[in-house]
Design a protein around this ligand. Structure first.
Ligand code: F0G
Length: 374
């Protein structure tokens, strides 16, 4: 019997395509290598002949895709001698920053909107020893403050404006191509700051040997960009209706949505995202909170995959575009599920309609509870 080599994270896996040196100390928690799950029941119910895969990024070490970017950002921060990192966050970035800072033995400062982050995310940041700064404002206020404070204090910003974040996150596209043996026709993502849609486009374009100079950043060193595939997908970005600056064509000052992870009105990667839109020939669209929650529930009930509300936006948008024919039949579609459902148990329990039957600890009552619900 031969043993498979232990998986030790995405930097090790893709070191030829990432800006690290042989002697760089890697700060990793084994992130990446997440499941690409083919949906069965949902495509059947749509009555359309399409292949839909979900990339379950909720299975990263801190439960979201942020870990892909954070392993790179913190690795580079430590390499450059930084003793503290800082981010503004709707929750997942703060959980991830806190974990990788703990791993590296440095301090994480996280600015979060007071009362507007899911419980699981707050618990993570607190347990992982971050300094949690709750601001009476939203994510966009937090982002502005982080930029201002980083000009005056020795802290490294680890939001996705840090170019190493996108470098780590591009590896999700590599994994998808390697698993499917091709790029999908359409790749659907929830969009907040638009860092992740940009990172995916960088990954797909690099693997096709087609990365345009627009996305190249001179803080990055030279690395392998030889082509692996021919094709790149059409990139589709979906936003929550109350927080949809890409649909409005301008920044939104008071964003609102139940999907707190993407409650962002001033996306940091605005220009990049429009370039992705242009180069890939894709589109943006919006989903209502009702659609987002219904899709989160559908995915859990019909496929057994539990993601957080924001993550379901990708599938909600894709389903609508499949039904309308905008996404044609016979397409291969990948939807990113950005975060785990356990991040936000409150929203899940509130909308759950599953029967919870209370009985005495006694055989007769348990038996009738089963028979009544068969
Ligand atoms: N989905 C989830 C679960 C997220 O946490 C985020 C962003 C997004 C989608 C949007 O990704 O910003 O790259 O377009 N969360 C950030 C945070 C803002 O602070 O955790 P994006």
């Amino acid at each position: 019997m031969t043993f498979r080599q232990r998986y030790t994270g995405l930097i090790e896996r893709y070191r030829d395509r990432l800006p690290v040196h042989d002697d760089t100390r890697l700060i990793s928690l084994g992130e990446g290598n997440t499941p690409l799950i083919k949906l069965h029941n949902i495509p059947d119910s749509l009555g359309k002949n399409v292949d839909i895969y979900v990339k379950y990024e909720g299975l990263n070490p801190t439960g979201s895709f942020k870990d892909r970017g954070m392993t790179m950002a913190v690795t580079k921060a430590v390499e450059k001698g930084s003793k503290a990192i800082i981010c503004a966050s709707t929750g997942n970035t703060s959980a991830s920053a806190a974990a990788y800072a703990a791993r590296a033995g440095i301090t994480a400062f996280v600015l979060i909107p007071d009362g507007k982050i899911a419980q699981g995310k707050l618990a993570q940041a607190m347990m992982e020893g971050a300094v949690v700064i709750q601001i009476k404002g939203n994510f966009d206020d937090g982002m502005r403050l982080v930029k201002e404070v980083a000009d005056e204090a020795p802290v490294t910003i680890v939001n996705s404006i840090n170019p190493y974040r996108l470098q780590g996150q591009k590896t999700a596209a590599y994994e998808i191509i390697e698993e499917l043996g091709r790029a999908p026709d359409f790749h659907c993502l929830p969009v907040g700051n638009a860092g992740n849609i940009t990172a995916h486009w960088i990954g797909y374009s690099e693997y096709a040997g087609k990365l345009s100079d627009y996305f190249y950043n001179d803080t990055l060193e030279e690395y392998d960009k030889s082509s692996v595939t021919e094709k790149v997908p059409t990139m589709l970005g979906y936003q929550a209706s109350g927080s949809a600056p890409f649909l409005r064509g301008e920044m939104v000052d008071n964003p609102e949505t139940i999907a707190t992870a993407i409650r962002i009105g001033h996306p940091q990667s605005w220009d990049y995202a429009w370039k992705v839109h242009e180069e890939s020939g894709g589109w943006f669209d919006e989903c209502t909170d009702k659609e987002i929650l219904a899709t989160q529930k559908l995915l859990a009930e019909k496929e057994g995959v539990f993601c957080e509300p924001a993550s379901a936006t990708s599938l909600a948008g894709a389903m609508r575009d499949i039904q309308s024919g905008k996404i044609p039949e016979n397409s291969c579609i990948v939807c990113t599920l950005t975060g785990h459902g356990l991040k936000d148990p409150d929203t899940a329990i509130k909308q759950s309609t599953a029967p919870v039957v209370k009985v005495e600890a006694e055989l007769g009552q348990v038996k009738s509870a089963i028979l009544e619900n068969m």
